[in-house]
Design a protein. Structure first.
Length: 327
């Protein structure tokens, strides 16, 4: 926590009811030594509902636990590692929240932000959001590529996480994307059901590919079933804006299915068309044109939830540029 902030107040959620105060604090103050937590509680610096407390007391749902300003930077612990998240990123993610309740938190994830740290990245969405929401047990419901913007579901309770993952396995999570693809789409909507397998390129980096035919799929390949429905929305010179509904959530699914159909995603440097990428880069596209527009799923009570995120301004600008007559 930064020095210019006041004390932090954590609200105890139902999932944490009955926990000892010391364990509650250790869970939500990642990276803070146990000895410091015990010292703060003994001195009365930690208050529960405005009163002094002991480390062995049991917290109750709705309790407000007040924590003093700690002399440490804005950070969140990840095991033994302390991750620092810039204030600007925390502000961006606060503004990106679409919906929040006791079980789910839905973000309009900005492009350029990974969903989690690792592989050279100091932090991702989940590390930053655990800092912003230290009370709930935040987990990623699913993932988006780093360059992909749009709807991302995080869960705040065990029942929410369990229900979301069960819905994923049962094919009850509907995801809709907007993608600008290279080439003029001919004909009606088309479904791609080619399985997707994982490879490594010469540098050892993960690369996905479609598996063509039963012979290849049966030759020891670890291909996984994947379904994508491509529906054309609008045509431009050399490009088509597509609505893509996916029935599965495989890594790079839309990107590899688009390439397999002869229409790679614009701005995709791994699976895309270099000439098409050069054209849209001149029009201002600085990343892959892929946006998670909407997501629908049943909550833990089986009630349907639907969330959507508008197309970001940078992608809108590219479509406007494509619509302008050639000079």
């Amino acid at each position: 926590m930064s020095q210019d902030r006041g004390p932090q107040v954590l609200t105890v959620h139902a999932a944490s009811e009955g926990q000892r105060l010391d364990n509650f604090l250790l869970r939500h103050l990642k990276g803070v030594p146990r000895s410091l937590i015990y010292r703060l509680v003994r001195k009365g610096a930690v208050r529960v509902n405005g009163r002094r407390a002991k480390v062995e007391m049991r917290v109750t749902g709705g309790d407000e636990v007040r924590i003093p300003v700690l002399d440490r930077p804005e950070s969140v612990g990840d095991g033994a590692r302390v991750v620092h998240v810039p204030e600007g990123m925390l502000r961006t993610l606060r503004q990106a929240i679409i919906h929040e309740d006791a079980d789910y938190l839905v973000l309009d994830k900005p492009s350029g932000v990974a969903v989690h740290g690792g592989s050279g990245l100091a932090y991702g969405v989940i590390e930053a959001m655990r800092l912003l929401r230290p009370g709930p047990a935040l987990e990623l419901g699913h993932r988006l590529d780093r360059d992909t913007s749009g709807c991302l579901v995080l869960t705040k309770s065990r029942r929410g996480l369990r229900a979301f993952h069960e819905a994923l396995r049962a094919g009850q999570v509907e995801k809709r994307y907007l993608a600008l693809v290279a080439g003029a789409w001919a004909g009606p909507p088309r479904r791609c059901e080619l399985p997707i397998a994982q490879d490594r390129d010469a540098t050892g980096r993960r690369q996905m590919r479609v598996v063509q035919g039963h012979a290849e799929a049966d030759s020891g390949d670890t291909a996984r079933r994947a379904t994508s429905l491509f529906t054309p929305i609008e045509s431009y010179a050399g490009f088509t804006l597509m609505e893509v509904d996916i029935g599965t959530g495989r890594t790079h699914q839309i990107r590899v299915h688009g390439r397999a159909l002869g229409h790679p995603v614009a701005g995709d440097h791994d699976y895309g068309d270099p000439e098409a990428n050069r054209l849209v880069r001149r029009l201002g596209l600085k990343r892959m044109f892929l946006h998670a527009q909407a997501i629908r799923f049943p909550d833990w009570q089986r009630d349907p939830l639907l969330f959507s995120a508008p197309l970001p301004a940078d992608l809108e600008q590219v479509l406007r540029a494509l619509s302008e007559p050639a000079r």
